[in-house]
Structures are given as C-alpha cells and as structure tokens.
Design a protein around this ligand. Structure first.
Ligand code: COA
Length: 170
C-alpha cells in the first residue's frame, strides 16, 4: 500500500452498480472496517448498456449509503487506477463470488498492479446468501414481475418500481 498515514486510508470500490444491490452494500460495509473512507465509484464498462444513467446510479448509491458517513459515491471515466491516484486511494476493493469472478478479477488485478504498483487490490468474499445476486439478474426478476425487494436497498426498490410503473403505463 502507499504510505498514507494511518487514520486516512481510502479505498475505491469500482463497479457498474446498475443498480447497487444488497450484495454490493455488504461489501461497502465490510470495506469500512478496513479503510477510513470508501468511495463507491461508478465506472464505464466497455460493453454494458446502462439501465440507469451514470448520474442516476451515483444518486442511488448515495441514497443507499446515507447511513454510512465514511462512504461516498462518485463516478469516473477512464482507468480505475487513475481515479484511485486522483483520489489519494491506496486500494481497490472488489467483491468475489464463486461463479466465474476469479479469472477475470485475477487478470484485472494483475493489470492494475502493473499499471499502478502502489495500488493494492483487496478481494472480499461475498456472503453465501449474496453470492448469486447480480444487477442484471435483479433487473430480469423485476422485469418479469418477480419479487426483488430483498435483494436491493430501499431507494433502488423505489426507483425500479417507479420505472417499471411508468413503462407499464406508457
Ligand atoms: N454483490 C452483488 N453483485 C455483485 C457483487 C456483489 N458483491 N460483486 C459483483 N457483482 C455483480 C455486479 O452487479 C455485476 O453484475 P452485472 O454483470 O449483472 O451487471 C457483475 O457482478 C460484475 O460487475 P462489476 O463489479 O460492477 O464490474 P464490471 O465488470 O461491470 O466492471 C468497471 C465495471 C467499471 C469496474 C470496469 O469496467 C472498469 O473499471 N472500467 C474502467 C476501465 C478500467 O480501469 N478497466 C480495468 C483495466 S485493467
């Protein structure tokens, strides 16, 4: 890690967060036990089409982490390691689930280390009952009228219900 003084350690938790789920929230809460500040940062995936706009996702994260005073939301363009350097962060947080995350995460972690050797990648293993959750799965359940409330923070549930309602009415 970089030589940040103890008491000021910042980590960036990057992702698409389209939308943030309870699985993501659990990772933020656990990362706050390791770091003084966690920035939950919406990045741009090269191929994913957005369901919520980037600014909507940032606002939904902000509302979902309002109870966590040492966490904040942001968005970034370009490489996540460059954003980490800009923010004075010493680590990238990634949640790890058993279904196929490892190879991709390993490759990304190695590339990030090669580009920015002072930034560490910290993997947190997702809780067993959150390991199957993903943003697209939740969007799919919601689209087909299934009950998805338990998988998402309340502000996301409300935003998705209002979007589904406005689609149904149009
Ligand atoms: N709980 C629930 N779901 C989780 C999760 C958890 N703990 N951890 C990951 N997921 C899900 C996400 O919801 C997402 O699901 P989806 O595919 O249905 O949308 C999936 O796992 C992976 O998503 P995420 O962690 O958001 O990563 P991503 O592959 O969408 O990458 C960026 C997004 C923004 C981090 C990445 O594209 C990026 O940083 N781009 C910038 C350029 C860069 O630096 N690239 C790396 C170069 S080495």
């Amino acid at each position: 890690m970089s030589d940040e003084p103890l008491g000021q350690r910042t980590a960036v938790y990057p992702g698409s967060f389209d939308p943030i789920t309870r699985g993501h929230l659990e990772i933020v809460e656990r990362a706050l036990r390791l770091f003084d500040q966690v920035i939950v940062a919406v990045g741009r995936h090269p191929t994913k089409k957005g369901y919520f706009s980037v600014s909507e996702r940032v606002d939904l994260i902000s509302a979902s982490i309002a109870h966590l005073p040492r966490a904040r939301s942001a968005n970034f363009d370009g490489l996540m390691v460059n954003f980490c350097v800009e923010q004075g962060a010493s680590a990238i947080i990634r949640g790890l689930r058993p279904m196929g995350d490892f190879e991709t995460e390993y490759q990304m972690g190695m590339a990030n280390r090669d580009i920015a050797p002072t930034i560490e990648t910290v993997f947190l293993i997702a809780r067993p009952d959150h390991q199957f959750i993903s943003s697209s799965l939740i969007r799919e359940i919601a689209h087909h009228g299934g009950d998805f409330q338990r998988y998402v923070p309340e502000p996301v549930f409300e935003a998705m219900m209002s979007r589904l309602g406005s689609k149904a009415g149009s």
